[in-house]
Ligand binder design. Structure first.
Ligand SMILES: C=C(O[C@@H]1C=C(C(=O)O)C=C[C@H]1O)C(=O)O
Length: 252
């Protein structure tokens, strides 16, 4: 890919594809109940960290060795525990402005996912599948982080497309004006509607009618309204915060 091949349309197309994976990841996580022991800091006794956090640190360390974070689109939740890659690096194209690329909302994504989102689409119960549960959490969180931190690329392209619009607000450190400049309400509305529809289509329970064994009472594996709320209340606002944070550092 050459520099000029990245456009606002190509980025929006990438965000749209990422929606599929995010919806499927939620559906996969919804197969397990909440499983609170996985999040209880006392569950592992003297490790003084939760089962889920330890699983993330160790998996990210292993994935880092195999090069996952060589790709500038991927960010670990626990960078202090990652390890250098084993293989010689591929030269990824990186269009980001280096001082701005470090904008990071991983902590907020983590807190939102565990405190706000999980209780909305998992049953309050425990089935002992703690490894499978946190492995599904990892998939969800990696997908959400990638999507939200894509805001860096979106901001870079918006800046390149019209630097004259952004430069005065960046120089004035005016976050509010930057937020207005980068917001496209009709795009956001379409995203939320599409995610609702994807959750309806991808997550419908399939029943064959009264002559067959009834497989499920509920209509959807994940309520479409929860997927839409995830985007409306968290994914889109966090993406925009990443965009603002990136732009504020774009002239450093
Ligand atoms: C990502 C963009 O920037 C903003 C954030 C959006 C989102 O997170 O989906 C959508 C529209 C914009 O308000 C974009 O313009 O596509």
């Amino acid at each position: 890919k050459s520099l000029s091949s990245v456009t606002i349309d190509s980025l929006r197309a990438s965000l749209e594809k990422q929606e599929d994976f995010i919806v499927f990841s939620l559906i996969e996580r919804a197969r397990y109940p909440y499983n609170s022991f996985a999040y209880d800091p006392s569950f592992l006794g003297n490790q003084n960290c939760s089962f889920v956090e330890l699983f993330f640190r160790e998996t990210e360390a292993m994935e880092a060795k195999f090069g996952r974070y060589q790709n500038p689109e991927e960010l670990p939740f626990f960078p202090d525990y990652t390890q250098p890659p084993l293989a010689p690096p591929h030269r990824f194209q990186n269009i980001l402005h280096p001082p701005a690329a470090s904008v990071n909302v991983s902590r907020r994504i983590w807190d939102m996912y565990f405190n706000d989102l999980l209780p909305l689409f998992t049953k309050k119960a425990d089935d002992g599948n703690y490894q499978q549960t946190v492995a599904s959490d990892l998939i969800c969180l990696q997908a959400l982080s990638r999507r939200i931190h894509s805001g860096r690329f979106v901001a870079e392209i918006k800046f390149r497309d019209s630097p004259q619009n952004y430069i005065p607000a960046i120089q004035a450190k005016d976050s509010e004006t930057l937020m207005k400049l980068l917001t496209f309400t009709s795009v956001e509305e379409a995203v939320v509607k599409r995610v609702f529809k994807k959750a309806e289509i991808f997550g419908q329970n399939v029943n064959l009618g009264k002559n067959y064994v009834k497989e499920s009472e509920s209509k959807y594996k994940v309520e479409p309204s929860v997927a839409a709320k995830l985007y409306q209340e968290w994914v889109i606002p966090f993406t925009k915060q990443v965009e603002v944070g990136y732009l504020l550092r774009r002239l450093i």
